[in-house]
Design a protein around this ligand. Sequence first.
Ligand code: ATP
Ligand code: MG
Length: 417
Amino acid sequence: MLTQAPKGTQDMLPQASHRWQRIEKNMRDICALAGYREIRTPIFEHTELFQRGVGDTTDVVQKEMYTFNDKGNRSITLKPEGTAGAVRAFIEAHMFADTLPCKLYYVSCPCFRYEKPQSGRLRQFHQNGIEVFGAKDASVDAEIIDLALRMLRANGIDGLRLNINSIGCPTCRKAYLEKLRDYLAPKLPTLCKTCQERFDRNPMRILDCKEDADKLTDAPAMLDNLCEDCATHFSQLQGYLKALGIEYAIDARIVRGLDYYTKTVFEIITDTPDGTPLTVCGGGRYDGLVEELGGPATPGIGFGMGIERMIMVQDMRGVAPEAPSPLDVMVVTLGDEARMEGFRLVNALRDRGVRADLDHAARSMKAQFKYANKLGVSKVIVIAGDELAQGVVKLRDMDKSEETAVPRAEIVELLSK
Ligand code: ATP
Ligand code: MG
């Protein structure tokens, strides 16, 4: 137990840290290109926020949340996703009174869900995400989809499937839900228990059920019952996607199923070697959420992208970036005086932005070279008795196995170029 991480969690080990850092940097760079700014919200919130903000008929809220009472007897929940916290902060900080749209992103946001651990399903995972408040035009829907795809491309992942759908708005959904219930009512006794429970409160989610999918192929789709406003928005979205040359498929089965989700919903998915689809990114518009949580009516849209899943896809496709050497230069020394000189040199190199180190384990010279090799360092500086006396150091190019003598006074300048 003591040396075993809790089920469904993973360490990010140093040999993989460059992958995380690159994914994070790509997210920051790409978001900055489109005028997004970073937000970080607490890792836990009042439980009520997620009950209202994610929706208490969802699996996430009903089954998956890490909820506990703190010492002050408040019900606290570790955040299962990034949107609710961002909306809470948007309202609390009165960001609605600033210039809109408010374009936000977050990086490596820890999310917690009590799920059955299996491939691609963790209990602590991390998301990069985007939330935009105060923009109702479909151009922003297309923009965030484009940013998600850019993000994947920047990480070596191309050609994933983009599925889009529209789940309407409170106006058109009301009539649709009546139609849907009429369709579902006679079939209800044959459906699974979860579906039966959802019939009254959230019948759209029944369409999302994997168990009953086969029985419901001829169910009426929200997409065929959109009001004019929603239909126009959906066709505008497609126009914008086409303008950017983004390929997509319409999948009327994506529901996401929360009352405040409106209009656009989308998923970016890939198939795994065993054939099960893996969702890397999911997002949607939530024009009713800010108001639902107590703010002024403000349209919103966002996505969450699972970092561990992105890393899985990189591995599946063999496009994981290689680990760079942690150092540019290793200083190898022989004798106490040389070592002190080497110690000063390392520091001078670091001052100039060169990543440098020397042995800290009293290794022999041969072992110091071996150590440099193991770390994949491409340049080694040798300081031994002779060099010290002559005021030079030897600079060894490890790839070419070439050695040159460089005056001690010039080495820092040379390497910092
Ligand atoms: P799924 O259908 O895979 O359960 P979801 O609809 O629950 O996904 P969202 O709530 O939309 O997922 O979260 C956005 C992204 O976060 C997902 O597309 C996925 O990449 C990632 N994600 C969700 N749950 C997990 C998990 N348990 N472990 C790892 N990544 C996850
Ligand atoms: Mg899930």
